[in-house]
Design a protein around this ligand. Structure first.
Ligand code: NAD
Ligand code: USQ
Length: 382
C-alpha cells in the first residue's frame, strides 16, 4: 500500500514509518520538523540522542535498501499538501502531524491559538487535499482518549445510542476535553465527520491513550534510528517521565491525589494499530472510531510500579504528591471500551516490569543529557 505518514519524524510517526516500510509498504514522510523546533524554543531535549531526519532515512536505506520518501513542509500550507498528495497519490494517509502537548497548549493565549490553528487548519487542508486529489484514500487520524474526558459513565468507542423523549439515534459520544490541545482534537473529529457526510471521505479516528515505551524492533536496529524519549515537563508523558525521574534520583511527581486514570498503550502496539487500521479501511462516508489503548492505570499506580522496579536496580525513589498544575478530576469513575482493535487482531504488549526496567536503564545510561531545570511541570492551567 502507498502510505503517507504525516508527522513521520515524531515520537509515534518515526517508528510507524519504519514498521510499515519493514512490512513492504511504500511509505513517505511529511513533516515540518516543528517538534525539534519546540525543543529549541523550550530549551528541552530528547533524553536519548536522535539523528537528524535525513540521516534517519539514509540509515534505513543503507540497512535495508528501502527508500523512504521525505517531504519537508507545513500542513498549514495547502499548496504544499496538494502537491505532495498529487505526486505520491497515497492510498492511506496516517496523520500524526499536530502539536500534541496539553501543557504546551496551555502556556498562554499565543500557544493555545497556535495549537488550535496548527491542528485544525492542518487537518482541514488534509481533508480538502483528499477531496480534490485522492477522494478514495483512507485517512487514519490520531485523536486522543482525552477528547472524552472523564465522564461518570462508561466511554464507548466513538458513538453512543441515545434514547431521548421517545426517539433514538446513534451519535458521536459526548466530549469533555481537558486542555486547548485536547479540544483541538474534538474540532478535528467534528470536521472529519462532516467531510464524511458531505464528500463521502473515508476516515478512521484513533482515540489513542497515553503512549509509553520508546523504541520498537526497527528503531532498535541502529543508534541512528533511535526514537525520541521525552521527559520534560511540557512534552514528557506520565510513565516515561516517572522512569527518567527515578533514574535521576528525582522524586516521582504525581499530580495531586494521583487517582487520575487514563488509557495507556505501548509504542509497539501503536504501530501495529496503524497497520490494522490501514488494512481495514472505513467505508466511503464513514468515520470509524477505535479507542486505541490496551490498559487503564491511575498515575499513582504507575508511580508505584516504577518505584518498585527502580528499587530492583538500586534506584531508591520517593513519590511526591505535587500541587496539580492542571484542572482535572483526581478521583473519578473511568471505564472506557477498547475491544475493536483487538477484534481486528491486536495482541497487546501489556505493561511489564521488563519494559519499565528498559526505560529506567535507558534513562540511567543517558542521565547526563537530562536538563534538570526542564523536569518540573510548570505550566499552570489557571
Ligand atoms: P510528536 O510531536 O513527537 O510528533 C508530531 C510530528 O508532527 C512532529 O515531528 C512535528 O514536527 C510534526 N508536525 C506538527 N505540526 C506539523 C505541521 N503543521 N506540518 C507538518 N508537520 C507537523 O507527537 P507524537 O507523540 O508522535 O504524537 C503524534 C500524534 O499522536 C499527535 O497527533 C498526538 O496528538 C497523538 N497522540 C499522541 C500520544 C502520545 O502519548 N504521544 C497519545 C495519544 C495521541
Ligand atoms: N501527570 C502526573 N505527573 C506528571 C505528568 C503527568 O501526575 O509528572 C498526570 C497528569 O496530570 C494527567 C496524566 O498524568 O492526569 C496524564 O498526563 P500526561 O502528560 O502523561 O498526558 P496528557 O497530557 O494527557 O497527554 C498525552 C499526550 C497527548 C495525548 C494524551 C492521551 O501528550 O498527545 O493526546 O496523552 S490522553 O491522556 O488519553 O488524552
Amino acid at each position: 500500500m502507498r502510505i503517507l505518514i504525516l508527522g513521520g519524524d515524531g515520537f509515534c510517526g518515526w517508528p510507524t514509518t519504519l514498521y510499515l516500510a519493514e512490512r513492504g509498504h511504500e511509505v513517505a514522510i511529511v513533516d515540518n520538523l516543528a517538534r525539534r523546533a519546540w525543543d529549541v524554543e523550550l530549551g528541552a531535549n530528547s533524553l536519548v540522542p536522535i539523528a537528524p531526519i535525513h540521516e534517519r532515512v539514509a540509515t534505513w536505506h543503507d540497512l535495508t535498501g528501502q527508500s523512504i520518501g521525505l517531504h519537508l513542509g507545513d500542513l498549514q500550507d495547502y499548496a504544499f499538501v496538494a502537491q505532495v498528495f498529487s505526486t505520491f497519490k497515497p492510498e492511506a494517509i496516517v496523520h500524526y502531524a499536530e502539536q500534541r502537548s496539553a501543557p504546551y497548549s496551555m502556556i498562554d493565549r499565543q500557544h493555545a491559538v497556535f495549537t488550535q490553528v496548527n491542528n485544525v487548519v492542518g487537518t482541514l487542508n488534509v481533508l480538502y487535499a483528499m477531496k480534490d486529489v485522492v477522494p478514495d484514500a483512507h485517512l487514519i487520524k490520531l485523536g486522543t482518549m482525552g477528547e472524552y474526558g472523564t465522564p461518570n459513565i462508561d466511554i464507548e468507542e466513538g458513538y453512543i445510542e441515545i434514547d431521548h423523549n421517545g426517539r433514538k439515534d446513534t451519535l458521536p459520544f459526548p466530549k469533555l476535553p481537558g486542555s486547548f490541545y485536547h479540544a483541538s482534537k474534538v474540532h478535528d473529529s467534528t470536521n472529519m465527520h462532516l467531510a464524511g457526510r458531505i464528500w463521502g471521505l473515508r476516515s478512521t479516528d484513533l482515540h489513542q491513550g497515553v503512549v509509553y515505551n520508546v523504541q520498537s524492533d526497527e528503531t532498535n536496529r541502529d543508534q541512528r534510528l533511535w526514537n525520541r524519549y521525552d521527559y520534560d515537563g511540557v512534552f514528557g508523558t506520565a510513565l516515561n517521565r516517572f522512569c527518567s525521574q527515578a533514574a535521576l534520583g528525582h522524586p516521582l511527581t504525581v499530580h495531586g491525589a494521583g487517582g487520575q486514570t487514563r488509557g495507556f498503550i505501548d509504542i509497539r502496539d501503536t504501530v501495529r494499530c496503524i497497520e490494522l487500521a490501514a488494512l481495514n479501511p472505513a467505508e466511503r462516508g464513514e468515520m470509524r472510531v477505535y479507542n486505541q489503548f490496551t490498559e487503564q492505570w491511575s498515575v499513582q499506580q504507575l508511580a508505584d510500579r516504577v518505584q518498585t522496579v527502580a528499587s530492583t536496580l538500586g534506584m531508591e525513589t520517593t513519590i511526591d504528591h505535587v500541587a496539580n498544575p492542571r484542572v482535572e478530576k483526581e478521583e473519578h469513575y473511568y471505564n472506557a471500551k477498547h475491544t475493536r482493535l483487538v477484534e481486528l487482531g491486536l495482541q497487546p504488549h501489556l505493561l511489564t516490569d521488563d519494559t519499565i526496567r528498559d526505560l529506567l536503564v535507558a534513562a540511567r545510561d543517558y542521565r547526563d543529557r537530562i536538563i534538570t531545570d526542564q523536569i518540573a511541570a510548570k505550566v499552570q492551567w489557571k
